[in-house]
Design a protein around this ligand. Sequence first.
Ligand SMILES: NC(=O)c1ccc[n+]([C@@H]2O[C@H](COP(=O)([O-])OP(=O)(O)OC[C@H]3O[C@@H](n4cnc5c(N)ncnc54)[C@H](O)[C@@H]3O)[C@@H](O)[C@H]2O)c1
Ligand SMILES: O=C(O)CC[C@@H](O)C(=O)O
Length: 530
Amino acid sequence: MATYKILITDNIAPQGIELLEKVPQFDVEVAVSLSPEELKKKVKDAHALIIRSATKVTSDVIEGAKKLKVIGRAGIGLDNVDVRAATKKGIVVMNAPEGNMVTTAEHTIAMLMALARNIPQATASLKSKKWEKKKFQGRELYRKILGIIGLGRIGSIVADRANGLKMKVIAYDPFVRPEMAEKIGVELVSLEELYQRADFITIHTPLTPETKYLINKKAFAQMKDGVMIVNCARGGIVKEKDLYEAIQKGKVAGAALDVFEKEPPQDNPLLDLDRVICTPHLGASTQEAQTNVAVAIAEQVTDYLINGVVRNAVNVPIISEELLSVLGPYLTLAEKIGAFHAQVVKAPIKEVEIEYIGDVAKTDTRPIKIAGLKGLLTPILGEQVNFVNADFLATERGIQVKESKREIPSDFTNVIIVNVHTESGEKKSITGTIFGKKQPRIVRLDGFALEAVPEGHMLLIQNVDRPGVIGNIGTILGRHQINIGRMHVGQDEITGQTLILLSTNIPVPKPVLEEIKELPHVISAISLEL
Ligand SMILES: NC(=O)c1ccc[n+]([C@@H]2O[C@H](COP(=O)([O-])OP(=O)(O)OC[C@H]3O[C@@H](n4cnc5c(N)ncnc54)[C@H](O)[C@@H]3O)[C@@H](O)[C@H]2O)c1
Ligand SMILES: O=C(O)CC[C@@H](O)C(=O)O
């Protein structure tokens, strides 16, 4: 029984750790607050690394993690993980995006109310023995306009709760359809309109190059005087320097911040302002959310290591079980075609064209492309290639991939054609289909029509069509105790050549291959592993 070392380097809820400890194949170690050197040492023989936001998983750490298969984040943010470096090494990076969304939305509402009613400031004042009723007069939320930027998982829950408070909710999210927003009682508007209308603005987008400093001087200038800002998403979406100025000038009446450009904030002038209330990145910090994310990540990592099932991975295309049941045979077919190509071309591959024809063209074909690239690169780069890094490695090797789709089928209901172009100008074309529901077949190789099962040890022979060639090949293989399983023969009527594809019980050794190549009328002989 394989044993996997599971290394947990941040504080995650005990329920998650207990689940992992129950898996007989797992050897679980919890080691928090490690120095970078200690982390590198510990991760060397780990198969899974489970973290929250404190552990910095740099490319340096990943480089030394020779056995690492998965990095699991108990929570959402992966700002502390070099996902690119992990992808390159074929390590799945997964998070638990749903476990803390309610908690974070509730924190947002708590911040909104605390901001509107000066609760932190009034608490501090009263605790210093003052009674400043006038100073801390607040604002009602009732009928005020809440502008939500980013109407995803958390933004939608905030909208729901704000609707319950009888606020008018408007939102800007370029990736959400108006009907979907309408369904949850939200009016979708442009960013400019949101700035102009909102009394309170709350941000719920990820931090991306697009959203970095989205809320800046120019944005504040477009907002209503006296607007209040809440940020429980990510530091850096609001430009802190510009927010400071806007508060100082009285343009912004107050801000509630759970996240900062630098965490923990050091010498951050915003923290000196009375109009700013804040929490130390507590958005997801409830017992319920921490249990949810710890349990979710424990289950996901177990599922991946034990059953090979990938969920919530940020660097692997998401494929639902339903889609997998349809695409599964095509993934196998594409991988076999890729492997076939890699073993028959004679020069470095420059370009790959994949054409999907028939119903398969109507599906999400990204996983098929990746399977094809995995098949293509494995004979060249070996075991390191997997579904996570195949696309990345192809790009890194300068292989251009082009895809096209045609929904109307011709000879077969569903077909994948993979054309490969090499640096030397060679072009090879392989067409594959699925027989029945599950059986991959190669039905064309360049000009040769076939019906070949691409599986196991195979021998590909091209010859001039003359009597006796097949007999001679059989004699040589027999003499070396090699059994032929299946034989597929294709003819090219234009060139008068024949293509023979044999499956054998063992790989055909080089000397035997050489003997076959010497036979009269044989043009080429290649041994393949599919
Ligand atoms: N404070 C915390 O402790 C805490 C906890 C959990 C999540 N978060 C953060 O909250 C944020 C939202 O998380 P989520 O789970 O709702 O994410 P999500 O992916 O479900 O939603 C994000 C939404 O932002 C939208 N978006 C992307 N770019 C945009 C842009 N330029 N303008 C407007 N909208 C844009 C997307 O279309 C999406 O609908 C993330 O930044 C996440 O890291 C913080
Ligand atoms: O407290 C944490 O783990 C961070 C929470 C949140 O920002 C997340 O990314 O899930």
